[in-house]
Design a protein around this ligand. Structure first.
Ligand code: MG
Length: 340
């Protein structure tokens, strides 16, 4: 039903196929070719050539509901989301962030200050700071609480895109899957089954720096598995590189509390957002070395080699359950709107 009469639905913001098609069809033509990585690459950010280096930049709006959740809040999420998008382009030293907030009339000032403190703390962890911003207020009922947009800039020598995979490359995840989305969802629905369930929201630039140092040029593709989870990230990477990706179910790191919450809600952690993780594609000779470097970092203790790129089934994600193999469907929408 695409066409001028079509209305935008929540699924268009969910990180799956509907969003990819909307962006490709409506927004991709905004961007002309640039010297570097521009809009048409639809990567985690842009990389503009600046002499012999690259200026990497990215921007994200955050609409998570509820704004405070186990393990974090919208402020921490806004800082980490931007720092992480820079990091997975290979730019692990953010020079500065912008912060634009749109606030609903009636919003508690104390909550705003709590969000600011959380942003400050996240910036300190990532080794960056907010350098400029903007504040707007809209009338009661014209938006739901608060929206925060952050952008970030960094310089780097070598850009790592999400399109660099080749047959034989190994896929590494930096830690457990699905924590953020399921922590937000259980809090939203007030399910009181949280237990150890908390968002993983964290800046991964230090972790990615360690991986880059260990891998050098053998780290060939990277992405942060946010909306749509590991499934959407790997579908996109497979699609762009025209390879198939096989992942082994038994190797996927999933925390017991996340697995339990997923079963109760009927949601596969594989399609659920992470906010403190990276997916790395590495040449096979570097896989063990990168894994060891990740596991030495406090945020990478559960890192695992979970898959391999194959020539068959280009653009597809295949789950090896140990008993057999099946195609993982690319998400159209997502059962979890407003997760970040
Ligand atoms: Mg990203």
């Amino acid at each position: 039903m695409a066409g001028p009469g079509e209305r935008i639905g929540l699924r268009h913001g969910a990180g799956g196929r509907a969003m990819r098609e909307l962006v490709e069809e409506v927004f991709a033509s905004l961007g002309d070719e640039v010297d570097g990585i521009g809009l048409s690459a639809l990567d985690d950010g842009a990389a503009l050539r600046l002499g012999d280096r690259f200026l990497v930049l990215t921007t994200d709006s955050h609409v998570v509901h509820p704004i405070f959740f186990p393990g974090g809040d919208i402020g921490r999420l806004a800082v980490c989301g931007t720092v992480n998008d820079l990091a997975v382009m290979g730019a692990t030293e953010p020079l500065g962030l912008t912060c634009a907030v749109v606030i609903e009339e009636g919003f508690l000032r104390a909550d705003l200050e709590r969000i600011r403190d959380s942003m400050r703390a996240a910036c300190a962890e990532a080794g960056t700071t907010v350098v400029t911003g903007d504040t707007k207020v809209m009338g009661r009922g014209e938006l739901d609480g608060i929206i925060i947009n952050t952008a970030g800039v960094a310089l780097c020598d070598r850009v790592v895109t999400d399109a660099g995979l080749e047959v034989g490359d190994r896929i590494i995840v930096s830690g457990t899957l699905g924590d953020h989305g399921l922590a937000v969802m259980t809090r939203r629905r007030d399910l009181r089954l949280e237990g150890d369930l908390a968002s993983d929201v964290a800046p991964v630039n230090g972790l990615v720096r360690a991986a880059l140092k260990a891998a050098g040029e053998d780290l060939v593709a990277m992405k942060d598995p946010t909306r749509g989870g590991l499934s959407s990230a790997l579908h996109e990477m497979a699609h762009k590189a025209r390879v198939g990706i096989v992942i082994e179910e038994a190797r996927l790191p999933i925390a017991p509390a996340v697995r339990a919450a997923g079963e109760i809600l009927g949601i596969d952690p594989l399609v659920v957002a992470n906010e403190g993780k990276a997916v790395l594609g590495v040449r096979p000779r570097a896989a063990e070395r990168v894994l060891a470097a990740l596991r030495e970092h406090p945020l990478g203790r559960s890192a695992a080699i979970v898959g391999t790129c194959i020539a068959e089934r280009p653009g597809n994600l295949i789950l090896d359950t140990g008993l057999g193999k099946r195609l993982v469907a690319e998400l159209d929408g997502e059962p979890l709107p407003r997760i970040c």
